[in-house]
Design a binder for this molecule. Structure first.
Ligand code: ADP
Ligand code: MG
Length: 343
């Protein structure tokens, strides 16, 4: 029998490129295929259509013992919209496909769809279709989102320039910390049935995990201030991993400053209960759904006019690796330890 290769040998990104490398785009309307937050198709002379899809599996991506179905529905939509905004685009439609086992009642699925409806109204997108199937492995949700963007202002990952400022929205590491808290409380609850979970004081990090928002507001503010980032990506797998994509695709290095990486006070406090430095979940956690983007140096003043955007460093030439200047002033090499599906 021919050699059988373990999936872990390739990793998630290695597997994707291995399986898709022989596919060549032949359609004139295919502007950009695999490799960015969205695929890009030509719509008309002035507009592109962007498309993204995500698959969420019970037991892999969510745990229904601590995730209310309404929150799950909301989150399943917002994580897709985050990829649309990462192209500097505006989402317009979604399709929702579900696989459901017999353990779910109609009422339970109504809750899931209440969350989906809330996200649709919050972000002003239409639910235009999907698919429904029976499942023997619990709940599966797959959402595809479609958006539009002017050809002039579309923002890819591979176009950052040397000396550009690196900007991050919001704060990082909270969702990962929220998940750690929920998992800890679940374990306590299972060991000593009846002990109520202690969730007071962790509201911020738990909310960031259960009900992430996509940064529609930032895309609107950038447009209002006539700022088109040179490159952009959303932060789903941790800052290090996303910087790695930005740098490798733009063929550059980066220098960021630890003290500039935004971390909420509640996150810093909660994560220390796990004996972890707050910078670690910010770099290597996941599910923040903030935006990471670059702008030319001369836009320094303009970018400070947008609230909730933090300048964390600069893009440097490729001869310098990805590195962070620690609080003590020493350089630390960043590793893209982002989430790996097959570890
Ligand atoms: P994101 O984290 O922004 O959702 P992913 O890391 O999931 O992006 O995917 C990286 C790129 O690989 C995207 O362009 C995506 O469309 C593509 N991709 C992922 N899985 C597959 C697959 N099974 N077949 C073809 N393309 C894929
Ligand atoms: Mg993305």
């Amino acid at each position: 029998m021919a050699k059988q290769t373990e999936l872990a040998e390739l990793g998630e990104f290695g597997l994707i490129s291995h399986l898709t490398k022989s596919f060549k785009n032949k359609k004139k309307s295919t502007v950009y295929g695999i490799g960015d937050d969205c695929a890009v198709c030509a719509k008309n002379a002035k507009t592109h259509t962007v498309i993204t899809t995500d698959l969420l599996l019970e037991g892999i991506h969510f745990d229904l013992t601590f995730t209310p179905l309404k929150h799950l529905g909301y989150k399943a939509v917002t994580v897709n919209l985050s990829d649309i905004y990462a192209m500097n685009a505006i989402p317009e439609q979604i399709t929702v496909s579900i696989g459901v086992s017999a353990k779910f009642s109609v009422e339970a699925l109504e809750q899931l769809y209440e969350g989906i409806a809330l996200a649709c109204s919050q972000y002003s997108v239409d639910l235009i279709g999907g698919d429904t199937s029976a499942s023997i492995t619990g709940l599966t949700i797959s959402i595809t989102a479609v958006g539009t963007v002017a050809t002039q202002t579309i923002t890819y990952r591979n176009t950052a320039q040397c000396n550009d400022l690196i900007c991050v929205t919001g704060d990082l590491g909270a969702a990962y910390t929220g998940l750690q808290i929920m998992q800890r409380e679940k374990a306590v609850f299972q060991q000593s049935k009846g002990v109520q979970p202690k969730l007071e004081g962790y509201e911020y990090v738990i909310q960031r995990y259960l009900k992430p928002e996509a940064r529609k507001d930032i895309i609107e503010q950038l447009a209002k201030h006539n700022i088109v980032p040179t490159a952009m990506i959303d932060i789903s797998d941790g800052l290090s991993s996303e910087l790695f994509h930005l740098c490798s695709q733009s063929k550059l290095g980066c220098k960021i400053f630890e003290e500039k990486v935004p971390i909420n006070q509640d996150t810093a406090q909660a994560v220390q209960e796990f004996d972890i430095e707050p910078i670690i979940p910010a770099l290597n956690g996941g599910e923040d759904y903030e935006l990471l983007f670059t702008v030319p140096l001369h836009l320094h003043e303009n970018i400070t006019n947008i609230s909730d955007v933090h300048i964390i460093g600069t893009m440097v030439d490729a001869s310098q690796s990805l590195h962070m200047i620690s609080r003590s002033g020493s350089p630390v090499t960043l590793k893209a330890q982002g989430w790996n599906a097959f570890d």
